[in-house]
Write a protein that binds this ligand. Sequence first.
Ligand code: SF4
Length: 237
Amino acid sequence: MTSETIHGLKRIRAARPADEAPVQAADADRVAAVMARLAEADPDPKAGLGRTEPFRLLVSVLLSAQSTGPTVARISDDLFAEAATPQALLALGEARILDIVRPVGLGPSKTRAIVRLCATLIESFDGVVPRTALELRQLPGIGRKSAEVTANFAFGEKVIAVDTHVFRVSNRIPLAPGRTVDAVADGLAARVPDAYKDGAHVWLFRHGRDTCTARKPACPGCPVADLCAWPEKTTFA
Ligand code: SF4
C-alpha cells in the first residue's frame, strides 16, 4: 500500500465543475471489457505495495491528509517503532505522539485523531480493527474511501475505493458516471464484475495517474481507447 492511494475526497469535489462531463450510460459489457484489458496488462496489481497490517494502514490514512507518501511512511515507521497497537499508542501518550508526528504536518489534529481512533477501537472493537468497510466507517476520522482502502488492502474485501484518479477515469470512459464520489463508488460497486473488484482500485488509480491524466490524457496509445466514449479524448495522429 502506498500513500498514493490516499487522497482527500473534498479535493475531488472542489476540482470538479458542476457542469462538467455529461453523464453517459455505461454498459455492462464495456465495463467488463475495460477491466479485463487493465487486468491483462497488470495481472498482479497489489504486488510490491508494502505493508497492509490493518491498524497501521488506518493510522497511515490519518497521517496522510495533505501530506506526501514518503513523509507519511517515515513518520509511520517512527511511530510504530515505539507503539504498534491501539493500547500501546494510548499508553505512549498524546504529547509523545505529537512529537513524532509533527513533521508530517497538522500534528495536533492528527494526534487527536489517532488518539480518538485508538480509544474507539478499544472501547467498541476490543482493540481489533474491524474487517468490513461498513464497520470501518464507524471509526472516527475514517471516511468511505479510507474504509474501503483498508478493507480492500488489509482484508481483501471486494470494494473499490474512489480517489481523484478513479473518480476521473470512471466518469470519462465512462464506467460509473456520477457527480459525487458516493455516486461513482456505488456505480462501480454495481457495474464492475466481482472477478475484478479486488484489483480495480489499483488498476483504475494507475490508469488515471499514468495515462488518463487530468490535464493531458495520453489517448493515443491508451489501452482502452477503443472502449472509451469520452468526447474530448485526443485522437490518433
Ligand atoms: S482514451 Fe483517453 S480519455 Fe479515454 S480512458 Fe484512455 S486516456 Fe482516458
